[in-house]
Design a protein around this ligand. Structure first.
Ligand code: SAM
Length: 309
């Protein structure tokens, strides 16, 4: 509760009237108030203390700075005093100068953000942005995924499977490495993902019932298959009518060392081959796009292929 006596005392100084008038429009730091009024820092701090004490001004800390503003939760009495103070401040000779300075300070604040974004425009996607990551985008995109039954074929330790399991109805992760399946299953259990099941099997004949899943994913797995066309046919079989296949793989490349370095069976795929195999498997609405190119040599490019059963 504010007190009339305290408010009258707090407003009995012309500088404090100026400060109240400056803090009506937006919050300001002590430095900004100093810039607007050309008064000393310690004087401003003392005045702010008295105004706060009377409940006419509020403060908010952000990092190392404190911002002040007229009390936005003031009761009726305090609100009346704030309005009176502003009226009185308007009668002072300093008022117009204070307001011009205030406008400049607020405009500069807005510009600071714009200057940064103007500077990075055109390369914004490549510069560091605090908190911005593909992982975060992945979580965001997951929120728009309906509760699907998903088969992650050649799932590895389940990086993608785990992400999907947080949103989907069920995820079946298939891999032909017993060690990877064991590790992935343990990790899923530890993370409490009961709807994620690891199965040992080959992506050319996955241990999943026919026509039982909504989405089949092969992420960097197809180039490990002995017969990629057969793997795509197998994926078609386990999809429900209307189900979708998504293949992330490498665009055909000449980096021969990928065989020994990453155990790759194929050096990526030509888009035309992928398209043909998907068509032969029975898929409709086939779309194939290059979605990423690595900056470092050998500049691997990622293909995203999709089709509907
Ligand atoms: C490059 S990793 C991709 C893992 C995961 N999909 C990802 O995107 O992070 C390829 C995985 O496919 C598995 N794999 C290779 N040949 C396979 C096959 N014929 N059947 C099932 N899994 C296979 C490997 O064990 C490995 O875990």
């Amino acid at each position: 509760m504010s007190s009339a006596l305290k408010s009258i005392r707090a407003l009995s100084d012309q500088t404090r009237l100026r400060i109240v008038a400056l803090l009506e429009r937006d919050e300001l730091s002590v430095n900004e108030l100093q810039e607007a009024t050309h008064l000393g820092q310690s004087r401003i701090s003392t005045h702010l203390g008295q105004l706060q004490e009377a409940g006419l001004v509020q403060s908010r800390r952000e990092g190392k700075r404190t911002f002040y503003r007229t009390n936005q939760h003031a009761d009726e009495l305090a609100r009346e005093f704030i309005q009176l103070a502003i009226r009185a401040a308007k009668e002072m000779t300093e008022h117009s100068g204070d307001q011009i300075n205030l406008k400049r300070i607020l405009a500069r604040r807005r510009e600071q953000a714009q200057i940064y974004f103007n500077q990075v425009a055109g390369r914004f996607d490549r510069v560091y942005g605090p908190g911005r990551s593909w992982q975060a985008f992945g979580h965001l995109l997951l929120r728009i995924v309906p509760p699907l039954v998903v088969a992650d074929l050649g799932a590895g330790e389940g990086l993608l499977s785990e992400l999907l399991a947080r949103r989907c109805k069920q995820v079946i992760a298939v891999d032909n490495s017993a060690k990877i399946v064991e590790f992935g299953a343990k990790k899923a259990k530890k993370n409490g993902l009961k709807n994620l099941e690891f199965r040992l099997g080959d992506l050319q004949n996955p241990p999943i019932d026919a026509e039982s899943v909504d989405l089949a994913i092969l992420s960097q797995a197809l180039h490990h298959a002995e017969e990629p066309a057969k793997a795509l046919k197998a994926a078609y079989r386990l999809l429900k009518a209307g189900g979708q296949i998504l293949v992330l793989d490498l665009q055909q490349h000449n980096f021969d060392k990928a065989r020994e370095l990453y155990g790759d069976r194929w050096l990526g795929f030509a888009e035309s081959d992928l398209h043909r195999w998907l068509e032969e498997a029975g898929f409709k609405q086939i779309e194939i796009t290059i979605v990423a190119r690595e900056e470092e040599p050998p500049h691997f490019q990622t293909i995203l292929a999709s089709g509907v059963r």
